[in-house]
Design a protein around this ligand. Structure first.
Ligand code: MN
Length: 222
């Protein structure tokens, strides 16, 4: 039996990420397990560089079992390298904190190795039961015809939709004010607002079951 561990929006909160991954590994034990990170690794929080380094290193051990999806903040950074307006937009959306963590002043000065890794991130992961994605899906389009901007950015009409998507859509992107994961019949939101002082949350799935068997969380220390 494979455990699937899915982790919500990190935004530079390295300390919480380390503790949560440790909890996930304890939970999974010696069984095969698969990790899926839902994107938004960088921006706003204290250590974006540390988070990217952590994920790259973690993935090295078993690239096929550790899946990192792209969030809109990774996209904002990639866009920032292409043009000045996009860079201003990124900086006003938390990019300043990312530059600070790298000790550079422009997006293009980030290490090529990290930028290449960010470019390689996919937009979604479909395991046949669950559809993992950063923001969500557009209810008017089939899962195999989604637009990337919806996968990265959508809130409404996705969040209020009660449509059966044929999968449980597991997503982040829309921070939950109460810090509690939002599980509904058609979707699960795991963005519990770590960067706003709340928890970083993981959902644990047994592969053959649609709904999570439990949630794990790491709160801000101190
Ligand atoms: Mn987001």
């Amino acid at each position: 039996m494979t455990n699937i561990l899915t982790i919500g929006d990190i935004h530079g909160c390295l300390d919480q990420l380390r503790r949560l991954v440790e909890l996930c590994e304890q939970e999974a034990g010696p069984q095969r397990s698969k990790f899926i990170f839902l994107g938004d690794y960088i921006d706003r929080g204290p250590d974006s560089r540390g988070v990217i380094e952590f994920l790259i290193n973690f993935q090295k051990w078993s690239p096929n079992q550790i899946i990192c999806l792209r969030g809109n903040h990774e996209q904002l950074l990639l866009d920032a390298i292409e043009g000045e307006d996009a860079e201003i937009n990124w900086l006003s959306n938390g990019g300043q904190a990312t530059l600070r963590s790298y000790g550079v002043s422009r997006a293009k000065d980030l290490p090529i190795f990290h930028l290449d890794w960010i470019r390689s991130l996919s937009f979604f992961h479909d395991d046949g039961r669950r559809f993992f994605v950063h923001a969500g899906v557009h209810p008017d389009r089939p899962l195999d015809q989604q637009r990337t901007r919806d996968l990265l950015w959508i809130r409404e009409p996705f969040l209020s939709s009660s449509k059966d998507f044929g999968r449980l859509v597991v997503h982040g992107h829309s921070p939950l004010d109460n810090g509690i994961p939002d599980l509904r019949p058609n979707r699960l939101n795991l963005d519990t607002g770590a960067v706003y002082g709340r928890s970083l949350t993981a959902a644990v799935f047994a592969n053959h079951q649609l709904s999570p068997s439990k949630f794990l969380k790491a709160d801000k220390s101190n």
